[in-house]
Design a protein around this ligand. Structure first.
Ligand code: F0G
Length: 511
């Protein structure tokens, strides 16, 4: 049967979910902080605070980037020139290195592996970290094998009494074989993490809706509470495994325990994005850094949403004094028009053989890299003016949201974030006096109904963080102005009034 033109074939169920919350709108144009949908013959403007989940720090259709993209395409830039020299990729890597060295004070370089999306960058980080771990495991396997061989030789030449030696060596070998074969690698990541939805990265995403069904596919994570001192150490104590090595002590063989390199990497966002806009507590970050150093595993800093200057520094981790062994960047790196991501590995940990094991048809292409290089130039212009603007506009946004929390203390539970990565959390409506509000709560989509109301009644686009549906997320461009922040504030004031002073009927989708 062939599909009719009107038949929904591209994720029809999701289309239904959008419609149920009043969000099934087709946008036909984007410009700066505004998206437009068509109503009759007019383009209806919508003020966009979703910003591509953090992808449009420079706004939609940035004029310089659009002009540059046209220029590149007109010049027939060789987008598909795989397996050749890509100087434009090196240019992006060099620019990123200059920025990271400036912000972290590091004098060590980072090597770049390019990707097409955030999750792909995380997958590359997971694979490179596993490559590091694999080398440690195989080195240990060889060392213990050599010790066992030396012990067998000592028994054979009489240095060591045969006695129980054979049985002991057999037990040691059996124990180690079980550990080597039956101990999958573990990643450590905070509760509430979101690192993507591909086969590997989805296992680092805390929300079981995205992870549980696929957990047999890939490496596993342990999700560490961020507000429980010692929680990281507790997880390591409960999950670590030991190998048995042997040593010759006089005429005896003794067994020596050696830690099995079970843990692969620590992976964290400096500010949880999809998990509800929560800055990582500094004591927790320090614990993670300490444990990573003790386990000799890399700290992977996921700056896919928080990075690129959105929080007032190029890296949000800079605010935490956190220096990564790996960084993942994406979203705004593409300037709102290219799909580009990059995973950076500190030179001292970099395994160059990885380059022969990992690749992608579309990654590191000329168009995306040249756009990314231009984006970095725009961000770094005037000594990082965009970062300062993001900080000051973000402060104004957060102040406006905090004003609403003061005005509606029984409706707004919390305001969080830094710079232009802000969140407003509503009080849960599970026991609201209004049946409609209780029903919206029960749907599990509360924030999405609020989003539908904001779109329908105020021409504002924002979404909840999908793993924390009572938190609305605000990630506009650095060009967001006082007037737009005022328009958002007025609209949110109306939402708060609907929740506090009415039965909430207008929040439920019409029709
Ligand atoms: N890491 C972080 C911190 C992210 O916020 C996202 C996506 C990803 C990885 C995956 O990137 O979608 O390009 O594969 N965040 C969006 C969100 C989906 O809702 O916050 P991707």
């Amino acid at each position: 049967m062939t599909a009719t033109a009107t038949e929904e074939l591209a994720e029809p169920y999701l289309r239904g979910v959008l419609a149920s919350a009043g969000l099934d709108v087709e946008y036909v144009r984007g410009d700066g902080d505004t998206l437009y949908y068509r109503r009759g013959t007019e383009d209806v403007p919508v003020l966009d605070f979703v910003g591509g989940y953090g992808s449009t720090l420079l706004g939609h259709s940035h004029p310089e980037l659009i002009a540059y993209a046209r220029e590149l395409l007109a010049a027939q830039t060789p987008i598909h020139a795989q397996f050749s020299r890509h100087p434009y990729a090196n240019e992006v890597a060099a620019k990123l290195n200059r920025i990271i060295k400036r912000e972290t004070g590091s004098d060590e370089s980072y090597f770049a592996i390019f990707a097409n999306s955030g999750a792909e960058a995380i997958e590359a980080a997971m694979k490179h970290a596993e490559f590091e771990r694999y080398i440690r495991v195989e080195t240990l396997r060889a060392e213990i094998g050599a010790s066992i061989e030396a012990a067998r030789t000592a028994v054979a030449d009489g240095t060591v009494a045969a006695g129980e030696a054979d049985a002991l060596l057999a037990d040691v070998t059996a124990h180690n074989d079980a550990v080597f074969a039956g101990t999958p690698p573990l990643f450590l990541t905070p509760v509430g993490s979101f690192h993507g939805k591909l086969a590997g990265s989805t296992q680092l995403t805390h929300n079981p809706v995205y992870r549980a069904v696929f957990s047999a596919l890939a490496a596993q994570a342990r999700f560490v509470p961020v507000d429980e001192p010692g929680a990281v150490d507790d997880v390591v104590r409960s999950e670590r495994r030991w190998l048995h090595d042997v040593a010759i002590d006089g005429d005896r063989i003794t067994v020596v325990q050696r830690p099995f390199p079970r843990f692969c990497a620590v992976v964290l966002e400096p500010i949880l994005g999809e998990g509800g806009i929560h800055e990582m507590p500094e004591p927790f970050v320090r614990d993670l850094q300490r444990v990573a150093a003790e386990l000799e595993i890399p700290v992977v800093v996921d700056e896919i949403q928080s990075g690129m200057g959105r929080t007032g520094a190029f890296l949000a981790s800079t605010h935490l004094g956190l220096r990564g062994d790996y960084y993942a960047l994406a979203k705004s790196l593409g300037g709102g028009i290219a799909k580009v991501a990059v995973m950076l590995v500190r030179a001292s940990r970099y395994k160059s053989d990885f380059e022969m094991m990992h690749s992608s048809t579309f990654a590191k292409d000329s168009f995306s890299c040249l756009i990314a290089a231009k984006v970095l130039d725009l961000l770094e212009a005037d000594d990082g003016e965009v970062y300062r603007t993001a900080e000051s506009r973000g402060a104004e946004l957060l102040t406006a949201l905090q004003g609403l929390m003061k005005e509606f203390p029984d409706v707004v539970k919390d305001v969080r974030g830094r710079g232009l990565m802000a969140g407003l959390e509503f009080v849960e409506q599970s026991d609201a006096r209004s049946g409609t509000l209780r029903e919206l709560h029960g749907s599990g989509f509360f924030g999405y109904y609020v989003s539908g109301f904001l779109l329908r009644e105020h021409g504002i686009r924002t979404f909840p963080t999908s793993s924390a549906v009572y938190t609305l997320r605000f990630e506009p461009s650095a060009n967001i102005g006082t007037a737009e922040i005022g328009k958002l504030t007025e609209a949110l004031r109306d939402v708060c009034s609907q929740i506090r002073d009415t039965d909430g009927e207008r929040l439920a989708p019409i029709g």
